[in-house]
Each structure stands twice: as structure tokens, then as C-alpha cells.
Write a protein that binds this ligand. Structure first.
Ligand code: HEC
Ligand code: HEC
Length: 398
């Protein structure tokens, strides 16, 4: 018995030793490749890069026309700052065992979402939620599915530390670890005028990089000003279904999430939050975890539909594998529950949208097979291929 334990112990130590060798080697092999001339990240104003004509901006009773930018005066985006942010975003030293970077879960090829229902973090521990796709964060004012963070900068509540359960390093330790890499002093110097590695610099640079991740070049964006003259007949039909089923009452605005400054501050339960009729028992309390209100149970941030064809699986817990399943949920699967958003009630679909009553119960959309396929085709027009292949957002260690 005792021997058996000793052997096990020996094995465990051996495995750990081998493991750490491999890890160190792996780290040593990581080589940074940055362009001789910095990529351009800074934009003069959002108004310039958001294409005109989006029919869901100011559409119906929701949608937001705001092109306001959440960039604080203290942290304007610069090319050098975002370049540092890019390196940090792909820095595996962010995790306790040097194996995971932000980019491990927020993958560029899947529009900075994760392709597993719930991300695997440190030592393959599972989180409970599907990674939020990162794009157009400069228009956002609440972060995470429950909106528990409302700035990209604020140190104590920065997304980095909100990922602690996933083995993301605590910032104090991280500063010490980053000092072991040769490339950071020059990058910090270029970004912030001092070679010193600081917590604030880490947070600011990451925020600059994420804010520069604009995605406004989908076929939807390209066609918005011309009434979608670039769409196929099927996509055009899908766009009509999207409006007639009133998807844009929630997925409206520049980012198709009803977000933007102003509206996002309507917490709790503003127009950019909703209970989507997924559950009766609220296994994940969502916004209620932040507000403590029972009426916010099962209420989540309305996600942006940009690049949605690339960000499977879907919903806060990644329960749906395909867009067809999501559409079927809306078509026939909305679950009656006390917090169901009024925009998903039959009364709302039947009315002009002014009804505040959910007395008629969950919506039944009765879409035909063709309409469902058309709707999915329309969602495909929101894919921005240039965004997911843009080198300036890619892993500089590759
Ligand atoms: C282990 C996987 C994992 C890693 C690593 C990871 N994230 Fe996340 N990220 C998630 C998940 C899951 C969520 C959603 C969690 C929630 O809502 O409760 C999320 C949400 C976010 C959000 C909120 C976006 C929004 O619009 O609501 C931001 C910003 C973010 N992560 C940035 C980062 C940064 C920066 C890093 C690196 C320091 C990072 N993430 C590392 C999994 C990960
Ligand atoms: C009442 C507001 C509301 C309406 C109306 C609405 N949605 Fe949603 N949608 C949400 C919310 C909230 C979520 C996230 C739900 C969750 O995870 O709990 C979501 C999630 C989604 C997702 C998954 C996105 C992701 O990244 O996981 C898709 C796709 C989607 N909706 C499409 C549609 C379509 C198509 C329609 C119209 C048939 C529609 N929505 C109508 C609020 C709404």
C-alpha cells in the first residue's frame, strides 16, 4: 500500500517535471514578430468608420444612433499603445502555467469568441459561460454576459482580473513575470513614454487594442446605404424576416445589440438587456447577480450579432451549436417565465410594439422552413472577413 503511494507520488513528480520542461521550452521558443512600421490602430472618430444606412439604427422603438465612443480622455488609442496591447493579448504569461493567453479563448478566426460552449481555462477547468466575442468594444458600456464590468480600464474591475477563475494571473504577479521578457521595456516606452512595466500600462494597452478591434466591413455594412443591393434574393428575404419577426427590437443599433453609450447605462433591465426565454428555473441568474433583483434573473446582455455565423456555439452557456437551432428557439421554443422580455411575447409581435403586457404569453413566430433558412442566410451577411484575417489583430508570436 505504502509502496503504491510512493510510486504514484514518483510518477506525479515525474509528470510535473516533464510538464514544466515542455512548458519552459515552449515559452522560450515564442518569438515576437512585429512590423517595422506600426500597424494603424487609432481612428479619428467612430462616425468616420461606421458606414451609414444601417436600417436598425433608431429603428422602431429601440436601436441606438450613438456613435459615441467610450474611450476615456486619459487613455486615447495610439498605434504604439495598441501594438503593446496586441502583444499582451497573445501573451501566455497571463496564465498561471504560461499556457493560456487572451487569444486562446478569444480566437481571431472565430471573431474573438471561443468555439467551445464554455471556455476551458487553467488546467482545463471549465468556466460556466461562453466567451463573449470581442469587437467594437468602443461602443460598449457593459462587459460580460451580466454586465458586471462597465469600463475596459478600471483597474480593480478590469476584465483581466474578472477572469481570475480561469487562471488569469493577478496583475501584481503578472508585472513581475513580464519583466522576464526582453521585449516589454521598449514596447512600454513607445506606448507610454517609460520602459517601466506597470499594471496600469497593461490594462490601458489591452483596452486600446480591444477598442481598435472595429468590425464594420461585413456585406451588411457594405450594402446598408444602398438598401442591400449587394444581397442575394435569399438574404434580402432573410432581412425582411428579421424585421417582421422584430429581431431588431433587441438586436438593433450600430452593433446589433441595442448597445451604445446612453442605453447601456439603463441598468438594470434597459433595452439592451433581456430574458430570452431560455429557462424557467434560472440556472444562471445573469444580471440578477449584479443587481440583486429577482426580476433580473435570467436576464442577459443582448449580444451583438456581428460575425455571428463564426461565433458558434451560442447563448451565454453555449447551449446551441448552430444558428438553425437559435432560430428554432425563437420560432417555437421561447419558454414562458415571469421575467420573459415583453419583446418576445405574442402581444408585442402582434401589436405595434407599444404593449407592455406579456399576458398573451411567449411569441410563436410560425416561420416557414424557407423563412428560417432565409433568416440564417441574412445572419451570414454580418460576417466581416477582413476583420478575422486582419494581421494587425493576429498573434504576433506566430
Ligand atoms: C479561459 C478563457 C478566457 C481567457 C483566457 C480570456 N477570456 Fe475573456 N472571456 C471569457 C469568457 C467565458 C467571457 C464571458 C464571461 C462572462 O460573461 O461571465 C469573457 C469575456 C470577456 C470580455 C467581455 C466582452 C464583452 O463585450 O462583454 C472581455 C473584454 C474579455 N473577455 C477580455 C479578455 C482579455 C483582455 C483577456 C486576457 C487578459 C481574456 N479575456 C482572456 C473567456 C476567456
Ligand atoms: C427580447 C430581446 C430579443 C429578441 C426580440 C431577439 N433576441 Fe436574440 N438574443 C437576445 C438575448 C438576450 C440573447 C442572449 C440570451 C442568453 O444567452 O441568455 C440573444 C441571443 C441571440 C443569438 C446568439 C448570439 C450569441 O453570440 O450567442 C442569436 C443568433 C440571436 N439572438 C438572433 C436573434 C434573432 C434571429 C431574433 C429574431 C427571430 C432574435 N435574436 C430576437 C435578445 C433578443
Amino acid at each position: 500500500m505504502k509502496n503504491k503511494h510512493l510510486i504514484l507520488l514518483f510518477l506525479a513528480v515525474a509528470v510535473l517535471a516533464i510538464g514544466s520542461c515542455v512548458k519552459t521550452e515552449h515559452l522560450a521558443k515564442r518569438e515576437l514578430h512585429l512590423p517595422a512600421n506600426l500597424f494603424h490602430y487609432a481612428v479619428p472618430s467612430l462616425a468616420i468608420i461606421i458606414p451609414p444606412g444601417n436600417p436598425y439604427v433608431n429603428g422602431g422603438n429601440t436601436g441606438d444612433s450613438s456613435t459615441l465612443d467610450n474611450t476615456p480622455a486619459s487613455n486615447p488609442t495610439t498605434d504604439a499603445g495598441a501594438t503593446l496591447g496586441r502583444v499582451l493579448f497573445y501573451e501566455t504569461m497571463f496564465s498561471l502555467n504560461n499556457s493560456i493567453s487572451c487569444g486562446s479563448c478569444h480566437k481571431q478566426q472565430t471573431a474573438f469568441a471561443d468555439n467551445t460552449p464554455v471556455s476551458l481555462g487553467y488546467e482545463h477547468q471549465k468556466g460556466t459561460r461562453n466567451a463573449v466575442a470581442i469587437s467594437n468594444e468602443s461602443l460598449n458600456a457593459n462587459f460580460f454576459w451580466d454586465g458586471r464590468v462597465n469600463t475596459l480600464e478600471s483597474q480593480s474591475i478590469m476584465p483581466v482580473e474578472n477572469h481570475a477563475e480561469m487562471g488569469i494571473e493577478n496583475l501584481d504577479n503578472l508585472v513581475k513575470k513580464l519583466q522576464s521578457a526582453s521585449y516589454y521595456p521598449a514596447l512600454f516606452n513607445a506606448a507610454f513614454g517609460s520602459p517601466q512595466i506597470t499594471k496600469q500600462g497593461i490594462v490601458y494597452a489591452l483596452a486600446q487594442f480591444m477598442r481598435s478591434m472595429h468590425s464594420f466591413n461585413s456585406r451588411f455594412d457594405q450594402g446598408a446605404a444602398s438598401g442591400f443591393s449587394n444581397f442575394t434574393p435569399q438574404e434580402l428575404n432573410g432581412e425582411a424576416v428579421f424585421r417582421s419577426m422584430r429581431c431588431n427590437s433587441c438586436h438593433g443599433g450600430n452593433n446589433l445589440d441595442n448597445g451604445g453609450l446612453g442605453m447601456d447605462h439603463n441598468m438594470p433591465s434597459g433595452n439592451d438587456w433581456a430574458n430570452g426565454g431560455l429557462d424557467l428555473g434560472y440556472p444562471d441568474a445573469g444580471l440578477a447577480d449584479v443587481t440583486g433583483l429577482s426580476t433580473d434573473k435570467g436576464v442577459f446582455k443582448i449580444p451583438s450579432l456581428r460575425n455571428v455565423a463564426l461565433t458558434a456555439p451560442y447563448m451565454h452557456d453555449g447551449r446551441f451549436q448552430t444558428l438553425e437551432q437559435v432560430v428554432e428557439h425563437y420560432n417555437s421554443g421561447i419558454i414562458a417565465n415571469p421575467n420573459l422580455d415583453r419583446r418576445l411575447t405574442q402581444a408585442f409581435l402582434d401589436s405595434t410594439g407599444t404593449s407592455n403586457s406579456n399576458s398573451m404569453g411567449p411569441v410563436q413566430m410560425h416561420m416557414t422552413t424557407q423563412q428560417k433558412a432565409d433568416l440564417v442566410a441574412f445572419l451570414g451577411t454580418l460576417t466581416d472577413n477582413s476583420f478575422v484575417t486582419d494581421l494587425k489583430f493576429s498573434d504576433p508570436f506566430k
